[in-house]
Write a protein that binds this ligand. Structure first.
Ligand code: BDR
Ligand code: CA
Length: 320
């Protein structure tokens, strides 16, 4: 099974991606080496704690969680207005108290460097958040990201509007400089942008169909409650064009790794605007055959959301 490091800022949709991954780990289809938490949707301490709590909820509390590098100069606000002040729809207090402590945790970039050095060419990094940890690892240890087998990123907006500025998507806009370092790292990049994730609307009836398998379990209860909370904020911010549900952006990365037939890709040269007054954080993909710089990434163009959700529901039913 693939060796995975999950870089994440939970985050309601991150939580669903984590649940999906833990189901795959439970089935013996994936090996999770570590979770590297990072500041993004909410602050670094909360994302660390939420990651620990989600691992505990799924009975994987022994997996190490790293603490995120804190970005001192903030360009955009966090996303608590979507994910709740605690990052988990104000439900974090209902989850088990974390056994790992933020103060004693190793830094996420250190964990990335150590694992990539130990297993060169073997690790798949799944990145669901601002690319701060990955960029920090690359800056401290130039060339380290090339040691990853693949880096699968949920981020960017190419042929559609952004979700935090007219042109930019949250994970990239949060730190365009970090994204630039990762895009220029000559590593094996797979990018799953807003272009495909904006059609991934998770519906309350999907949560119900999962929970029916084992209605009393803590995981079922959490899935139902988080779906309700995320649906409310998403509706009030018109994230789903009035459809009752919410976008599970980050889950798309698991679809790529385990159900690749649900996605279609093009190869190109991806770059990020780091200077524009109106366009800072915008991602651009040069798909011309004559692209001078050479290509650096696979960029998802289309997703079969029906097939993706069918696989997602099957796997979550095994977890609850
Ligand atoms: C991305 O931004 C975050 O708010 C989500 O968790 C996701 O990773 C979507 O733009
Ligand atoms: Ca995220």
């Amino acid at each position: 099974p693939p060796k995975i490091i999950l870089d994440t800022d939970p985050g309601g949709d991150d939580a669903f991606a984590i649940l999906w991954l833990m189901s795959l780990v439970k089935q013996g289809l994936a090996e999770l080496l570590a979770v590297t938490s990072v500041e993004g949707n909410v602050n670094a301490k909360l994302t660390f704690t939420n990651a620990c709590k989600l691992l505990q909820l799924t009975n994987f509390s022994e997996i190490e969680v790293g603490r995120g590098v804190i970005k001192t100069q903030k360009e955009i606000a966090d996303a608590a207005f979507i994910h709740g002040n605690d990052g988990l729809g104000n439900l974090a207090h209902t989850l088990p108290f974390p056994q790992q402590s933020y103060e004693k945790a190793r830094y996420s970039d250190e964990i990335l460097i150590e694992n990539l050095t130990t297993f060169p060419g073997e690790i798949t990094i799944i990145a669901l958040a601002p690319l701060t940890n990955l960029a920090a690892a690359e800056t401290k240890s130039p060339g380290i990201l090339k040691q990853a087998k693949e880096i699968i990123i949920m981020g960017g907006a190419f042929n559609i509007a952004g979700n935090v500025t007219p042109e930019a998507e949250f994970n990239i806009a949060y730190s365009p400089e970090a994204a630039e370092i990762v895009f220029n790292s000559n590593s094996n990049l797979v990018i799953l942008p807003l272009d495909v994730t904006r059609s991934l609307i998770f519906l309350p009836q999907m949560a119900e169909s999962i929970s029916e398998v084992n209605p009393e379990s803590d995981i079922s209860q959490f899935i139902l409650a988080l779906t309700k909370a995320m649906t409310q904020t998403s509706l009030s911010h018109r994230e789903t064009q009035g459809i009752s549900g919410f976008l599970v952006h980050d889950a798309v990365t698991l679809a790529y790794l385990f159900y690749p037939e649900t996605l279609q890709f093009q190869r190109g040269r991806v770059e990020v605007e780091v200077m524009g007054k109106l366009t800072k954080g915008k991602t651009i993909c040069d798909r011309r055959h004559r692209a001078k710089m050479g290509t650096n990434a696979w960029v998802a163009q289309q997703v079969n959301s029906a097939d993706l959700f069918a696989a997602f529901l099957e796997d979550l039913k095994i977890l609850v």
